[in-house]
Design a protein around this ligand. Structure first.
Ligand SMILES: [Ca+2]
Ligand SMILES: [Ca+2]
Length: 215
């Protein structure tokens, strides 16, 4: 009996030692994202990626054990693997992406983490490989200028244990380059939170990004 009590006490102590934190996240992505915390899905953008013009911010509160890894898959809208949007219309274009997020302590409001170039992002969909594709009258995904490049998404890329040391650093982009649309102005962004993407806002359509909190 004494042993059982001792075990229960030690389990209780280990739970108390884990640093659980309630975070409120603001996330804005052109056009769509899903966010994981320590491998668990926290939120998916409420506006489907199949919506051509989907600009919206999401705010959510969740609890994590720190140190933690936040993983975000971000997608610029594309009509097909050519990477183009408004295909066949006067506005036919490549479209661009953009991502910003901030994480506050849900109780104190203190900023805990933000998107910036300390993050690492891997490009997993790039198209068109030649920008002249956007000028073609009949652009066909995978043909000529409209070739695309898909990089396999590692199955465990969102796990805290995943080694992202070979991924490139995220690139900070200016507000004027991203020209963030609806939803962005609804959030009071901390001055440290940066708009990020890979180094190419236009041709890189899907990126996987990781951010460490604490530790
Ligand atoms: Ca876009
Ligand atoms: Ca694009």
């Amino acid at each position: 009996m004494r042993m059982i009590i001792a075990m229960a006490l030690s389990i209780g102590a280990s739970i108390a030692n884990a640093d659980t934190q309630n975070l409120t996240a603001d996330v804005w992505v052109d056009n769509w994202f899903a966010m994981y915390a320590n491998g668990e899905l926290v939120i998916e953008d409420s506006v489907s990626i199949t919506t051509e013009r989907s600009f919206n911010a999401e705010t959510t509160t969740f609890s994590i054990e720190t140190p933690a890894v936040i993983a975000i898959v971000a997608k610029d809208f594309k009509e097909n693997d050519s990477g183009l949007e408004y295909i066949g219309k006067r506005k036919q274009q490549m479209g661009d992406g953009g991502l910003i997020a901030q994480f506050r302590d849900a109780d104190s409001g203190k900023i805990i983490a933000v998107t910036d170039d300390n993050m690492r992002c891997l490009v997993v969909h790039r198209a068109p490989l030649d920008v002249s594709c956007a000028k073609q009258t009949n652009p066909v995904a995978g043909e000529g200028a409209c070739a695309f490049e898909i990089t396999e998404t590692p199955s465990d890329w969102m796990m805290a244990s995943f080694d992202d040391s070979k991924w490139p650093a995220a690139t900070i982009h200016s507000e004027s380059d991203v020209s963030p649309k609806q939803g962005y102005d609804r959030i009071s962004w901390d001055s440290s939170a940066q708009l990020i993407w890979s180094d190419d806002l236009v041709q890189d359509n899907t990126i996987l990004c990781r951010l460490e909190i604490g530790g």
